[in-house]
Design a protein around this ligand. Structure first.
Ligand SMILES: Nc1ncnc2c1ncn2[C@@H]1O[C@H](COP(=O)(O)OP(=O)(O)O)[C@@H](O)[C@H]1O
Ligand SMILES: [Mg+2]
Length: 232
Protein backbone atom coordinates (compact mmCIF):
# COMPACT_ATOMS: atom_id res chain seq x y z
CA UNK A 1 0.00 0.00 0.00
CA UNK A 2 2.76 2.48 0.90
CA UNK A 3 5.87 2.62 -1.27
CA UNK A 4 8.67 5.04 -0.55
CA UNK A 5 11.50 5.22 -3.08
CA UNK A 6 14.86 6.82 -2.31
CA UNK A 7 13.73 10.03 -0.68
CA UNK A 8 16.12 12.81 0.26
CA UNK A 9 15.45 15.74 2.55
CA UNK A 10 17.58 18.63 3.78
CA UNK A 11 17.31 21.15 6.60
CA UNK A 12 19.30 23.96 5.02
CA UNK A 13 22.69 22.45 4.24
CA UNK A 14 22.18 19.42 6.43
CA UNK A 15 21.32 16.25 4.52
CA UNK A 16 18.78 14.67 6.88
CA UNK A 17 17.29 11.85 4.78
CA UNK A 18 19.68 10.06 2.46
CA UNK A 19 17.85 7.86 0.05
CA UNK A 20 15.27 6.26 2.33
CA UNK A 21 13.10 3.51 0.82
CA UNK A 22 10.45 1.39 2.49
CA UNK A 23 7.38 -0.69 1.75
CA UNK A 24 4.41 -1.20 3.99
CA UNK A 25 1.67 -3.72 3.18
CA UNK A 26 -1.97 -3.50 4.11
CA UNK A 27 -2.71 -5.19 7.41
CA UNK A 28 0.90 -5.01 8.56
CA UNK A 29 2.69 -3.08 11.25
CA UNK A 30 6.08 -1.73 10.20
CA UNK A 31 8.28 -0.57 13.08
CA UNK A 32 10.65 2.31 12.41
CA UNK A 33 13.49 2.10 14.92
CA UNK A 34 16.52 4.25 15.58
CA UNK A 35 18.22 6.46 18.13
CA UNK A 36 17.35 10.07 18.80
CA UNK A 37 18.14 12.50 16.01
CA UNK A 38 18.59 9.97 13.17
CA UNK A 39 15.71 11.36 11.09
CA UNK A 40 12.66 9.29 12.04
CA UNK A 41 10.30 12.20 12.64
CA UNK A 42 11.61 13.95 9.55
CA UNK A 43 10.76 10.87 7.50
CA UNK A 44 7.24 10.70 8.92
CA UNK A 45 6.70 14.41 8.21
CA UNK A 46 7.76 13.82 4.62
CA UNK A 47 5.26 10.96 4.34
CA UNK A 48 2.48 13.19 5.65
CA UNK A 49 3.56 16.09 3.42
CA UNK A 50 4.34 18.44 6.28
CA UNK A 51 7.87 18.66 4.84
CA UNK A 52 8.72 18.55 1.13
CA UNK A 53 11.14 15.95 -0.25
CA UNK A 54 13.98 17.06 -2.49
CA UNK A 55 14.20 13.80 -4.44
CA UNK A 56 12.46 10.44 -4.54
CA UNK A 57 8.83 9.38 -4.56
CA UNK A 58 6.03 8.32 -2.24
CA UNK A 59 3.07 6.32 -3.46
CA UNK A 60 -0.08 5.10 -1.72
CA UNK A 61 -2.08 2.27 -3.26
CA UNK A 62 -0.21 2.78 -6.53
CA UNK A 63 -0.89 6.55 -6.75
CA UNK A 64 1.97 9.00 -6.59
CA UNK A 65 1.35 11.33 -3.64
CA UNK A 66 4.83 12.90 -3.48
CA UNK A 67 3.57 16.37 -4.31
CA UNK A 68 0.26 16.34 -2.44
CA UNK A 69 -0.44 18.67 0.48
CA UNK A 70 -1.06 17.16 3.93
CA UNK A 71 -4.85 17.59 3.73
CA UNK A 72 -4.89 15.83 0.35
CA UNK A 73 -2.93 12.92 1.82
CA UNK A 74 -5.36 12.83 4.74
CA UNK A 75 -8.23 12.65 2.27
CA UNK A 76 -6.53 9.63 0.66
CA UNK A 77 -6.47 7.87 3.98
CA UNK A 78 -3.25 8.75 5.76
CA UNK A 79 -3.59 9.66 9.44
CA UNK A 80 -0.71 11.02 11.45
CA UNK A 81 -0.24 11.05 15.22
CA UNK A 82 2.71 13.36 15.74
CA UNK A 83 5.39 12.99 18.39
CA UNK A 84 4.34 14.74 21.59
CA UNK A 85 0.64 14.16 20.74
CA UNK A 86 -0.66 17.43 19.59
CA UNK A 87 -4.29 17.46 20.59
CA UNK A 88 -6.36 20.62 20.93
CA UNK A 89 -5.80 21.45 24.60
CA UNK A 90 -8.63 23.98 24.85
CA UNK A 91 -11.21 21.80 23.13
CA UNK A 92 -13.08 19.03 24.91
CA UNK A 93 -12.49 15.35 24.22
CA UNK A 94 -15.72 15.29 22.22
CA UNK A 95 -14.68 18.34 20.16
CA UNK A 96 -11.24 16.85 19.49
CA UNK A 97 -12.88 13.68 18.20
CA UNK A 98 -15.26 15.71 16.07
CA UNK A 99 -12.32 17.55 14.47
CA UNK A 100 -10.94 14.19 13.36
CA UNK A 101 -14.28 13.31 11.79
CA UNK A 102 -14.81 16.60 9.98
CA UNK A 103 -14.84 14.89 6.58
CA UNK A 104 -17.29 12.14 7.60
CA UNK A 105 -21.02 12.31 6.83
CA UNK A 106 -23.22 12.83 9.88
CA UNK A 107 -24.86 9.46 9.21
CA UNK A 108 -21.57 7.66 9.85
CA UNK A 109 -20.50 9.70 12.87
CA UNK A 110 -22.39 7.75 15.52
CA UNK A 111 -21.10 4.37 14.31
CA UNK A 112 -17.51 5.59 14.04
CA UNK A 113 -17.58 7.19 17.47
CA UNK A 114 -18.99 4.01 18.96
CA UNK A 115 -16.18 1.95 17.45
CA UNK A 116 -13.48 4.27 18.70
CA UNK A 117 -14.91 4.48 22.22
CA UNK A 118 -14.91 0.71 22.29
CA UNK A 119 -11.16 0.86 21.67
CA UNK A 120 -10.66 3.66 24.21
CA UNK A 121 -13.40 3.35 26.85
CA UNK A 122 -11.64 5.88 29.07
CA UNK A 123 -12.35 8.63 26.54
CA UNK A 124 -16.06 7.87 26.50
CA UNK A 125 -16.20 8.74 30.18
CA UNK A 126 -14.45 12.07 29.67
CA UNK A 127 -16.29 13.61 26.76
CA UNK A 128 -16.69 17.05 28.25
CA UNK A 129 -13.21 17.30 29.78
CA UNK A 130 -10.79 19.64 28.06
CA UNK A 131 -7.94 17.94 26.23
CA UNK A 132 -5.36 19.90 28.17
CA UNK A 133 -6.74 18.60 31.46
CA UNK A 134 -6.15 14.93 30.57
CA UNK A 135 -3.06 13.01 31.69
CA UNK A 136 -0.27 12.54 29.15
CA UNK A 137 -1.36 8.97 28.51
CA UNK A 138 -4.99 9.98 28.03
CA UNK A 139 -3.91 12.72 25.63
CA UNK A 140 -1.99 10.13 23.62
CA UNK A 141 -5.09 7.92 23.50
CA UNK A 142 -7.13 10.93 22.39
CA UNK A 143 -4.59 11.72 19.65
CA UNK A 144 -4.81 8.14 18.37
CA UNK A 145 -8.60 8.14 18.60
CA UNK A 146 -8.78 11.41 16.68
CA UNK A 147 -6.66 9.85 13.94
CA UNK A 148 -8.77 6.68 13.83
CA UNK A 149 -12.16 8.36 13.49
CA UNK A 150 -11.06 9.49 10.04
CA UNK A 151 -11.04 5.73 9.18
CA UNK A 152 -7.57 5.85 7.64
CA UNK A 153 -5.98 3.26 5.35
CA UNK A 154 -2.62 4.02 6.90
CA UNK A 155 -1.88 5.31 10.38
CA UNK A 156 1.50 6.82 11.22
CA UNK A 157 2.41 6.90 14.91
CA UNK A 158 5.47 8.84 16.09
CA UNK A 159 6.71 7.43 19.41
CA UNK A 160 3.30 6.85 21.00
CA UNK A 161 4.82 5.50 24.24
CA UNK A 162 7.17 8.43 24.89
CA UNK A 163 6.67 9.67 28.44
CA UNK A 164 3.58 7.52 29.01
CA UNK A 165 2.84 5.45 32.11
CA UNK A 166 3.09 1.64 31.74
CA UNK A 167 -0.61 0.86 32.24
CA UNK A 168 -1.58 3.13 29.36
CA UNK A 169 1.24 1.77 27.20
CA UNK A 170 -0.46 -1.62 27.59
CA UNK A 171 -3.79 -0.16 26.50
CA UNK A 172 -2.18 1.43 23.45
CA UNK A 173 -0.48 -1.86 22.56
CA UNK A 174 -3.85 -3.59 22.77
CA UNK A 175 -5.39 -1.11 20.35
CA UNK A 176 -2.55 -1.45 17.85
CA UNK A 177 -2.82 -5.23 18.07
CA UNK A 178 -6.56 -5.05 17.38
CA UNK A 179 -6.01 -2.78 14.38
CA UNK A 180 -3.46 -5.24 13.05
CA UNK A 181 -5.81 -8.16 13.49
CA UNK A 182 -8.50 -6.31 11.59
CA UNK A 183 -6.11 -6.42 8.64
CA UNK A 184 -7.50 -3.53 6.61
CA UNK A 185 -5.10 -0.80 7.68
CA UNK A 186 -1.35 -0.27 7.46
CA UNK A 187 0.47 0.82 10.62
CA UNK A 188 3.77 2.66 10.60
CA UNK A 189 5.01 2.67 14.17
CA UNK A 190 8.04 4.79 15.02
CA UNK A 191 9.39 3.72 18.42
CA UNK A 192 12.39 3.90 20.67
CA UNK A 193 10.78 1.53 23.18
CA UNK A 194 12.19 -1.63 21.65
CA UNK A 195 10.09 -4.24 23.49
CA UNK A 196 6.87 -2.45 22.57
CA UNK A 197 7.84 -2.36 18.91
CA UNK A 198 9.03 -5.97 18.92
CA UNK A 199 5.73 -7.16 20.31
CA UNK A 200 3.70 -5.47 17.57
CA UNK A 201 5.83 -5.36 14.44
CA UNK A 202 5.44 -7.63 11.42
CA UNK A 203 8.39 -5.93 9.73
CA UNK A 204 10.98 -3.46 10.95
CA UNK A 205 13.48 -0.96 9.61
CA UNK A 206 16.29 0.73 11.50
CA UNK A 207 17.53 4.22 10.70
CA UNK A 208 20.89 5.72 11.45
CA UNK A 209 22.02 9.16 10.27
CA UNK A 210 19.30 9.50 7.69
CA UNK A 211 19.68 6.04 6.16
CA UNK A 212 18.03 2.65 6.56
CA UNK A 213 20.79 0.44 7.98
CA UNK A 214 18.85 -2.72 8.84
CA UNK A 215 15.52 -4.27 7.95
CA UNK A 216 13.71 -7.56 8.35
CA UNK A 217 10.66 -9.36 9.66
CA UNK A 218 9.67 -9.94 13.27
CA UNK A 219 11.82 -13.04 13.61
CA UNK A 220 14.94 -11.00 12.85
CA UNK A 221 14.30 -8.02 15.09
CA UNK A 222 16.41 -9.43 17.94
CA UNK A 223 19.53 -9.68 15.79
CA UNK A 224 22.86 -8.12 16.80
CA UNK A 225 22.90 -5.87 13.73
CA UNK A 226 19.68 -4.28 15.00
CA UNK A 227 20.85 -3.82 18.60
CA UNK A 228 24.09 -2.14 17.66
CA UNK A 229 22.17 0.66 15.97
CA UNK A 230 19.81 1.16 18.88
CA UNK A 231 22.14 1.17 21.87
CA UNK A 232 23.27 4.63 22.86
N1 LIG B 1 13.14 21.94 11.89
C1 LIG B 1 14.42 21.55 11.87
N2 LIG B 1 15.41 22.36 11.41
C2 LIG B 1 16.69 21.94 11.37
N3 LIG B 1 17.12 20.74 11.80
C3 LIG B 1 16.19 19.89 12.28
C4 LIG B 1 14.80 20.26 12.35
N4 LIG B 1 14.12 19.20 12.88
C5 LIG B 1 15.04 18.24 13.13
N5 LIG B 1 16.28 18.65 12.78
C6 LIG B 1 17.51 17.84 12.87
O1 LIG B 1 17.38 16.77 11.96
C7 LIG B 1 17.88 15.56 12.53
C8 LIG B 1 16.79 14.52 12.56
O2 LIG B 1 15.77 14.90 13.46
P1 LIG B 1 14.46 14.05 13.71
O3 LIG B 1 13.89 13.69 12.41
O4 LIG B 1 13.60 14.81 14.65
O5 LIG B 1 15.06 12.74 14.41
P2 LIG B 1 14.38 11.60 15.29
O6 LIG B 1 12.91 11.71 15.14
O7 LIG B 1 14.95 10.33 14.76
O8 LIG B 1 14.82 11.84 16.70
C9 LIG B 1 18.42 15.93 13.91
O9 LIG B 1 19.81 16.16 13.78
C10 LIG B 1 17.69 17.20 14.24
O10 LIG B 1 18.46 18.01 15.09
MG1 LIG C 1 11.40 11.97 16.54
Amino acid sequence: MLNVRAIHQYYGGSHTLRGVSLTLKQGECLALLGRNGVGKTTLLKCLMGVLPVREGSISLDGHDITKLAPHQRAARGIAYVPQGRDIFARLTVEENIRMGMASKPASAARRIKGEVFELFPVLASMLSRRGGDLSGGQQQQLAIARALVAEPRLIILDEPTEGIQPSIIKDIAKVIRLLRERGDIGILLCEQYFDFARELADQFIVMSRGEIVAAGDRTQIDGPDVRKHLLA
